[in-house]
Design a protein around this ligand. Structure first.
Ligand SMILES: Cc1ncc(COP(=O)(O)O)c(C=O)c1O
Length: 464
């Protein structure tokens, strides 16, 4: 068992120290120090092994230490790691764009590569805004988001993110964009089932567009399969079609944030493929497209939009590292590996198996309220009582305690309480897409042990 209680030696150092110093108070439990990783396992500096049941923050889609990706990384670094787009085109950029847009399909013919999900959100919003301007619709600037939702930490991305806590602190620095409710399916408002609530949420989008003035609304951004903000929320099928029709009716662009759901995680390259009548105009990607081997994000856009912007004088946006050769070569190796190992099919197969195993845990874990998601983008919702769906008291910070209990058992989980638990709390169950049936068993067994340990603590404390 790792010694989680040791005070951080870095805290007493006069300068330097790990990033956790920015997040944890002095009494916080210290995290183990990572030493190495391979496949879906990670080891700490004391040699303890952990199974990565979340791919970190849903990043490590092809697992750790992939030899072909490492070889591609070295090969490209030896040729040229960086070259500025203002002087050179680079081949890895063109190859990756070709590969990814080929997988994304018609309507998303161009790819712009950045360094992460937040930059991808910024880029998509600015692309949409500039396109509207060139097309004579300069009054369109509002980007409607969902509450809750998450699109990144930079200010533009935060302005479309539905997170009341971040809004409270950072609102003076950004225009807080309109939000519409996310179509939750588990805990519903009175007199609703999942279908009727999804219809009401789509209706709220149209009402909001009308209220704001359709001629001022630029775009609607949503995660087609939710990430942390909603715990792998999948809306009823009709919601996606309804959203597309509403956007079309009002000339509003539809942006799918596929930072978590993209790159094969839900069993198809884009989650958008599950709802062909809800095709988006723009897609953002990150995380899985480079699977943690390099910081990377992308915006996929229609050729016509990109041409229109380019012909008007060029995109008024750029980042130093955008589409750099080393990152693109790594992204290409990662996506190629995903295809060579047939990981989208594995995500579907192992996702179904893992989901069934998690569902079965309800028999022995009374605090396991809901299991949801698609492919290997799954989440479990934690409740005080499954019959009433009552949430555990916020002060218990249940999911954080469960993460600690997992670490003690060699199980790595991922969560962050959305809106301080107002909508409920959940943990992402999102192992790398290379997970095998035996590893699904191992993960399910450790989750069962961890939840039972927490349930025991709650009973002893009289909390349930
Ligand atoms: C759905 C979604 N969008 C955007 C982001 C922001 O990505 P990044 O943290 O790489 O900036 C995240 C990150 O978790 C995400 O889950």
């Amino acid at each position: 068992m790792p010694n989680l209680k040791t005070a951080s030696p870095a805290r007493s150092a006069p300068h330097g120290g790990p990033v956790q110093l920015f997040y944890q108070g002095k009494d916080a439990i210290r995290r183990p120090i990572v030493a190495r990783a391979e496949g879906i396992y990670m080891w700490d500096a004391d040699g303890r092994r952990y199974i990565d049941a979340s791919s970190g923050p849903v990043v490590s889609n092809i697992g750790h230490g992939n030899p072909r990706v490492l070889a591609a990384m070295i090969e490209q670094a030896q040729k040229v790691a960086f070259a500025s787009r203002t002087v050179f085109e680079n081949e890895p950029n063109a190859k990756l764009a070709d590969l990814i847009t080929g997988l994304a399909g018609p309507g998303l013919e161009r790819a712009y590569f950045v360094s992460g999900g937040s930059e991808a959100t910024e880029t998509a919003i600015k692309m949409a805004r500039q396109y509207a301007g060139v097309k004579g619709e300069a009054r369109r600037w509002k980007v409607i988001g969902r509450d809750p939702g998450y699109h990144g930490a930079t200010l533009g991305a935060a302005s479309v993110t539905g997170d009341p806590q971040a809004e409270k602190t950072f609102a003076p620095l950004m225009p807080v964009m309109p939000k519409v409710p996310a179509p939750f399916t588990y805990r519903l408002p009175p007199n609703h089932d999942a279908d009727s609530y999804a219809r009401a949420c789509a209706g709220a989008l149209e009402d909001t567009i009308r209220r704001e003035g359709a001629e001022t609304v630029l775009a609607f951004i949503m995660e087609p399969v939710g990430g942390l903000a909603t715990g792998a929320l999948v809306a009823p099928d009709h919601y996606y079609r309804a959203v597309r029709e509403i956007c079309d009716r009002h000339g509003v662009l539809l942006i799918y944030d596929e930072v978590m759901s993209g790159a094969g995680r839900t069993g198809s390259f884009l989650a958008a493929e599950h709802w062909p009548d809800g095709r988006p105009d723009l897609v953002t990607l990150a995380k899985g497209i480079a699977a943690g081997y390099t910081p990377m994000g992308a915006v996929l856009a229609p050729a016509e939009m990109v041409e229109t912007i380019a012909e008007s004088g060029g995109f008024l946006h750029g980042h130093t590292y955008a589409s750099n050769p080393l990152s693109c070569a790594i992204g290409h190796a990662v996506v190629s590996e995903m295809l060579a190992l047939d990981l989208m099919a594995n995500a579907e197969r192992m996702g179904a198996m893992l989901r069934a195993r998690l569902e079965a845990l309800k028999a022995t874990c009374s605090i396991l309220g809901d299991v949801r998601g698609k492919g290997l983008l799954l989440a479990i919702e934690i409740v005080a009582n499954r019959e009433t769906k009552v949430i555990l008291p916020a002060k218990l910070k249940a999911v954080y305690r469960i993460i600690e209990l997992g670490i003690e058992r060699g199980l790595l989980l991922y969560s962050r309480r959305t809106a301080d638990g107002k909508y409920g709390e959940w943990l992402m169950i999102t192992p790398p897409l290379i997970v095998t049936a035996a590893q699904v068993d191992e993960i399910a067994g450790l989750i069962a042990e961890t939840l039972q340990a927490y349930e025991g603590e709650l009973r002893r404390a009289g909390a349930i």
